[in-house]
Ligand binder design. Structure first.
Ligand SMILES: [Fe+2]
Length: 247
């Protein structure tokens, strides 16, 4: 993997490392590698799968550097779908050729990156494509929650706006909030809590619960009265799933 880390660093360093958000995405990529490796360990995957999961994690947000540089946003709807753009950079523009990996795995890498930021994983993936899509989605979510629980840089914006009915309904059905339903600032904020409803691995659930990411995010919110019921529901859900794991 060392060569791959060097290649990734070379790619990232072409962008402006004085930009806080560029540095954030660079560090996020490495933290997601770590989380992907932890997930692999938790489900006893061999080294071949672990190396592949690490590479996917390293590259999953490769389009974020271009996105921030060109659009100064990480909102896909205001720029481009960063999963699709990542696949384009790697496989159409040929960036993947710089990395050490088996060409036979290119399609797994492509599909995992395209699917990492979608509401749900597309149908029709084979076993390994599905496995790696699930790993990167969990690893990414763990770090997103960690990051929002830690840095003011990424403070979750919340105000006095209502939670929309459709969003509330989806939340209580324990589904992640579909971006298409988001109408208010608080709908978007609630979307962060709802990431826990879309975790595939016990490790991810336990990590998020034990590290208290949801508690820390809630503590940092300005408008706790609106979010109290959703915070309670999220913690209840995490606790129950942790208990199920330990049975
Ligand atoms: Fe991403």
């Amino acid at each position: 993997m060392d060569k791959n880390y060097d290649e990734f660093d070379k790619y990232a360093m072409k962008y402006d490392m004085n930009e806080e958000m560029i540095v954030y995405k660079y560090n996020h990529s490495y933290r997601v590698v770590h989380q992907a490796e932890e997930i692999c360990r938790s489900i006893d995957l061999d080294n071949v799968e672990r190396d592949l999961a690490s590479l996917i994690a390293l590259l999953h947000d490769i389009a974020r550097f271009r996105q921030w540089t060109e659009y100064k946003t990480f909102k896909d709807k205001d720029s481009f779908d960063h999963g699709e753009e990542g696949a384009k950079i790697l496989f159409e523009e040929g960036e993947i050729n710089n990395y050490d990996c088996d060409k036979a795995d290119y399609e797994i890498i492509r599909k995992a990156i395209v699917n990492h930021n979608k509401y749900i994983i597309e149908d029709g993936l084979n076993d390994r494509e599905l496995l790696h899509s699930k790993i990167i989605r969990d690893a990414d979510k763990i770090d997103i929650l960690y990051a929002f629980s830690t840095w003011r840089l990424l403070e979750i914006t919340n105000d006095d706006s209502e939670i929309s009915d459709d969003v509330r309904k989806q939340f209580y059905e324990h589904k992640p909030i579909d971006r298409k339903l988001i109408k208010t600032v608080n709908d978007r904020a609630l979307g962060k809590f709802s990431l826990v409803f879309d975790l595939n691995y016990d490790y991810s659930i336990e990590r998020i619960y034990e590290e208290g990411y949801i508690d820390k995010i809630y503590e940092g919110m300005k408008n706790k009265s609106i979010f109290k019921e959703f915070y309670d529901e999220t913690i209840k859900y995490l606790k129950k799933r942790c208990k199920d794991v330990r049975k």
